[in-house]
Write a protein that binds this ligand. Sequence first.
Ligand code: HEC
Ligand code: HEC
Length: 219
Amino acid sequence: MHATRTALVTATLISAIIFLGMTADSLRKMRARTHSDQISAEVIEGKRLWQHYDCNDCHTILGIGGYYAPDVTKSYSIRGEAWLRQFLKDPAKMYPAGRQMPNFRLEDSQVGALVAYLKWVSEIDTNGWPPAPQGVAREEPGGHRIFLAQHCNTCHAIEGSGGTLAPDLTHIGSQKSKDWILDQINNPRGHKADSIMPSFAQLPETEKQELADYLAGLK
Ligand code: HEC
Ligand code: HEC
């Protein structure tokens, strides 16, 4: 009886010590992993706006929030700064069909703060979570569909529809080859070192091919 009790107490103590040790280790690494030293006044303002506008009602960030709209934990690193700024000013324009995000009529300074906040969040070491950017809807194949689903139209217009941050692509096929376009999709900075165009290298190969075929066909 006594021996069993000693064994149980010892096991509990050892577990407690391991648990406390691991907790201390996590806390010790927390500062580096969250890079909390990078929290500027603008980042704090962005977080305040995030709460003020209840962005969490629709979006998940760092594992918390709604499932209606995409997880935005890594949006900054996937989309890039230029895209986010353009998008937040007029979200509906980027999604001509389907679900739309309300336009909050944000001031430029508010957009700046939200982008600073999203940048800070995207740089937190989340051990690779979320695993991959949201994919392209499968049901409707076709290059133009992928072009819209990846929001290329935030920056590029085709036949009058789309943004003006980047060259119009209406006749891109008569200027560039399919291979050149594929290179641009995979690595825009290979063509222009300070390009603001995000890389889409993470897309499945078949989708990149389809997109490049479609664009190369725009003569
Ligand atoms: C009523 C729901 C709703 C609210 C509230 C909302 N969003 Fe959105 N958001 C959306 C939808 C819908 C999309 C587009 C998703 C799609 O069509 O796949 C989106 C897309 C985005 C994206 C682009 C994500 C990506 O990488 O594609 C960002 C960034 C974003 N929202 C930020 C915000 C911020 C910041 C707020 C608060 C100021 C906010 N959202 C509030 C519904 C919402
Ligand atoms: C954030 C804005 C942005 C987004 C989003 C974007 N691009 Fe671009 N893209 C640019 C800019 C800016 C250029 C001009 C060259 C440069 O600066 O890299 C460019 C250049 C190009 C070119 C060459 C145009 C020419 O006339 O030489 C192609 C093709 C292209 N992009 C395709 C795409 C495709 C396909 C997507 C979506 C998968 C996309 N882009 C998304 C900004 C963007």
